[in-house]
Design a protein around this ligand. Structure first.
Ligand SMILES: Nc1ncnc2c1ncn2[C@@H]1O[C@H](COP(=O)(O)OP(=O)(O)O)[C@@H](O)[C@H]1O
Ligand SMILES: O=C(O)C1=C[C@@H](OP(=O)(O)O)[C@@H](O)[C@H](O)C1
Ligand SMILES: [Mg+2]
Length: 169
């Protein structure tokens, strides 16, 4: 089985995905890390050198490659991945999807405490700009995220809850 975690930057996809994979003894794939390895460049470099439009094409290709390569895995996607090329439909067809719906206030706190440079969409923004960007982006992306098979709400989504929901679905 493939399990896809989707949601905004900072919702904890990478962190929770790694924990869930370890519990289930599944392979763990972080789509950003997979793409970086495939292209031999960082996410920041790909944005800078290729632009966002090309980045989204490379991201889609990486998603298809992951599905080809792994029949059983926890796959943490990048925040924008479900919102381009019907990637959410593709993920729903190839596995179970979970939307980590963490409030924007919590996501902002986490991201502002982290290195903004590794997330090119946030790089160089002030605190107020980061908050406004996240609110604005989520209002557009929610329609895609809500197509996930299961949505988890909360400030702190535990791996235990994720595992329980997985067993019930
Ligand atoms: N449950 C949590 N509680 C507090 N901080 C968290 C939690 N999950 C992740 N973080 C922190 O938030 C930031 C983003 O987490 P990450 O897993 O990279 O999210 P995503 O992959 O969704 O962007 C990291 O600095 C991480 O340490
Ligand atoms: O929301 C986005 O568009 C992005 C999210 C990032 O992944 P995380 O959600 O893991 O931070 C990464 O793919 C890139 O910086 C773009
Ligand atoms: Mg991530």
């Amino acid at each position: 089985m493939r399990i896809f975690l989707i949601g905004m930057m900072g919702s904890g996809k990478t962190t929770l995905g790694r924990q869930l994979a370890s519990r289930l003894q599944y392979a763990f794939v972080d789509l950003d890390a997979y793409l970086e390895e495939r292209e031999g460049r960082s996410i920041a470099q790909l944005f800078e050198q290729e632009g966002q439009e090309r980045f989204r094409e490379l991201e889609r290709e990486a998603l298809e490659a992951v599905v080809q390569e792994y029949g059983q895995a926890v796959i943490s996607t990048g925040g924008g991945a479900p919102c381009f090329f019907d990637n959410i439909g593709f993920m729903n067809r190839h596995g179970k999807t979970f939307f980590l719906d963490v409030p924007v206030e919590e996501i902002s706190r986490r991201l502002l405490a982290s290195d903004l440079q590794v997330r090119p969409l946030l790089a160089g923004k002030t605190e107020e700009e980061v908050k406004a960007f996240l609110l604005n982006t989520l209002s557009h992306r929610r329609q895609y995220y809500e197509r996930a098979g299961t949505t988890l709400h909360g400030e702190s989504i535990s791996v235990k809850l994720l595992q329980q929901l997985l067993n019930n679905n």
